[in-house]
Write a protein that binds this ligand. Structure first.
Ligand code: SAH
Length: 351
């Protein structure tokens, strides 16, 4: 780590802010020592608000039917070799209830943009979960919808919404999505979600095709400006049935470096060590936690459909029952000196 890089790292640690040019210099000029230096600072910052707690959010993958055609995604509509499924409302509520029984106080309902899941259908599911377990936080991750739709879901009781911005560059966005999707609409969705009072999560893939260091610096500047409660980042991993089948995957090392930076930008942000990170490295999620992440998302989907929710190749955690998935994560977390906590894990309140 040379003096210039150390000066940037120190300023990021002290202020939580760098310019885009400075983020570029920090990313391009990093070495193992820089990564260790930022990780140590990120862990110290997280310690202040969350101690050694790692929050768990049970993930229910409700449908792999999607009207969109995102170029990177394995469940894009053009993938004719994807065996499609859709859980019934009853199955979804059962998964949430099982998660509750296993200690989860947050459930995340995620899926492709499946037209079956109208506002009425999703509101019914949210109300049903809230009716059975009022103390369970319900997070939705169902893609782009209208402001009215987001409002209806919020009024039905949804607490949080995850919608990765994918990239904060309109030009890069256009290279990852078909022409009928737009960066402007994605950003409109994120603004609406925040205004409607959701705890909102944005995020991006690391190493997505055509991504430049400038793009990543733009993503970091966006996180600074948007101030999300959650931020999901993970390596891009190619899926063999997409146009990006032969593109290289993103790196674990860079993902962890960016996790540390995001923790320093936003000390209280809820930051998952993602399944994609665990797919790229046997200890990927542990490395993510040690870099500053503080959320894990065990899979609560019915085992029979898990392989079909294939966003990218070789996805892990598709074979085990929910209870085993949670036990495995708890053991991994304990082994690195952290502890799984099962409370709602809301965004930390001000000191
Ligand atoms: N339809 C929802 C959920 C998308 S899946 C939505 O639009 O938000 C959740 C996330 O998985 C996506 O936001 C994307 O960032 C990530 N993802 C999709 N394909 C991926 C791939 N090939 N490699 C890594 N992450 C991927």
């Amino acid at each position: 780590m040379n003096d210039a890089i150390k000066a940037l790292a120190d300023r990021l640690i002290a202020t939580g802010h760098l310019s885009k040019e400075e983020y570029c210099a920090l990313i391009d000029g990093r070495d193992a020592e820089t990564a260790e230096y930022l990780a140590k600072a990120a862990v110290a910052v997280r310690q202040r608000y969350y101690g050694t707690k790692v929050f768990v959010r049970g993930l229910v993958e409700i449908s792999n039917i999607c009207k969109n055609d995102c170029t990177y995604c394995g469940i894009r509509r053009s993938n004719r070799n994807c065996e499609r499924y859709r859980l019934t409302a009853e199955e979804i509520v059962d998964c949430a209830v099982e998660g509750y029984r296993l200690g989860m106080r947050t459930v995340v309902l995620q899926g492709g943009e499946d037209r079956h899941f109208t506002d009425d259908v999703v509101c019914g599911i949210v109300r049903s979960i809230k009716g059975k377990h009022p103390d369970m936080a319900v997070t939705l991750s169902l893609g782009e919808r209208s402001r009215e739709s987001y409002r209806a879901l919020r009024e039905a009781g949804a607490d949080r919404y995850l919608l990765r911005h994918e990239t904060a560059s309109e030009e890069h966005y256009g290279k990852l999505h078909p022409p009928e999707m737009s960066y402007q609409n994605r950003m409109r969705c994120l603004r609406d979600l925040k205004e409607l009072g959701y705890q909102t999560g944005c995020g991006f893939m690391v190493g997505s095709p055509y991504q430049t260091t400038e793009n990543l610096a733009g993503d970091l500047a966006f996180v600074e400006a948007f101030q999300p409660e959650m931020c999901g980042i993970g390596p891009f991993i190619p899926h063999h049935e997409t146009p990006f089948a032969n593109e290289p995957a993103g790196s674990v090392e860079l993902t962890c470096f960016l996790l540390s930076i995001i923790r320093l930008i936003s000390p209280k942000v809820l930051l998952p060590a993602t399944t994609a990170l665990g797919t790229m490295h046997p200890q990927g999620r542990e490395l993510g936690i040690l870099a500053g992440a503080n959320v894990l998302m065990p899979n609560l989907s019915p085992v029979g459909v898990r392989k079909q929710y294939e966003l990218y190749d070789n996805k892990i955690c598709t074979g085990e029952e929910s209870a085993q998935c949670i036990a495995c994560l708890a053991a991994r977390v304990a082994a690195i000196g952290y502890e799984i906590v099962t409370d709602r894990g809301d965004f930390a309140k001000d000191e």
